[in-house]
Design a binder for this molecule. Sequence first.
Ligand code: GRG
Length: 330
Amino acid sequence: MDAPKLENLVQIPAVWDRMRRVEARLAEVSTSDYRFLTDIAQHLLLAGGKRFRPLLAQLAGEFGQPADDRIVDAGVAVELIHVGSLYHDDVIDEAGTRRGTDSANTNWGNTVAILAGDFLMARATELAADTLGSDAVRLLSRTYAELVEGQTLELQLDFDLNHGPDEYYRVVEMKTASLIRASARVGAMAANATPATIEALSAWAWELGVIFQITDDALDLVATDEFLGKPAGSDIGEGKFTLPLLYALSGTDGPRIRETLAERPYSAESIDEVIRMIRVGGFVDQVLEEARTRSVTAASTIAELPPIPSRDVLSALGDYLLAQVEQARA
Ligand code: GRG
């Protein structure tokens, strides 16, 4: 059975109408007086991507006054921060491709890629200050700091066979869940939703952000190379030891996995062998089960919100992310 598509899940025309305006606004605010910078800053920004964060802002905005134009700008601001962080992330990881195209660092080198990421970040802050207000600027700046903290902790943990699930979750919360939560929160704030609604949506989005990263990490261990567009197990190759691997280290095959990963660089065969032990040990399933529990928790945090179509979509989004993994399983 095909996994549902986001377009089918979100059957709210006003949301897609605002998403089209997000698109136009992204192109507008990422334009610099310097054509060279515009070309680089728009290279990844306009290269596609799921636009998951602006969509969350629009869905959260449905719980306030959704006609408010500021919800569109809320979506624009969070996508600018997200894409700005992707420019930096690709430099850090020396990534060759992103969003199905060459990374900016491949095309223009590290220095210019970092500057383009900075430019998008700066535009996000400028936009928030112009139209969203100081609470939004504060929220987005704090989130920006959390992304950096998450990235820094992740780098510290690279190739570290002695860290555990707690540290993994801390990275995921700061690196991914913080911006997903900020997306829903700033969308609800821009729509003038009530404080209780903003808190409920934030709690929901936090859980969803963790599920988002857990499922993304699980895909690296269970999806085909074709689906991923890169070899499965790339995370292990880069020393990113995600939750199934950390659990497996405490299982029967833990000593063998530890021994295999003690020797660097890792060969394709040793990565495949580690993935096999993780999968056979049932550790991917264990992690997906944890994500399923979180999906139920997430839905419960918004159960008291008004029963508008957006609430049904949000309640279904955790299961939607899990279905993507089942669909992509090799
Ligand atoms: C300048 C804030 C800043 C960055 C410095 C590099 C860094 C700190 C943080 C990296 C944060 C990062 C890249 C987290 C990964 C989050 C993630 C799951 C990215 C993939 O998101 P998708 O799947 O991508 O939504 P698309 O392309 O669909 O938007």
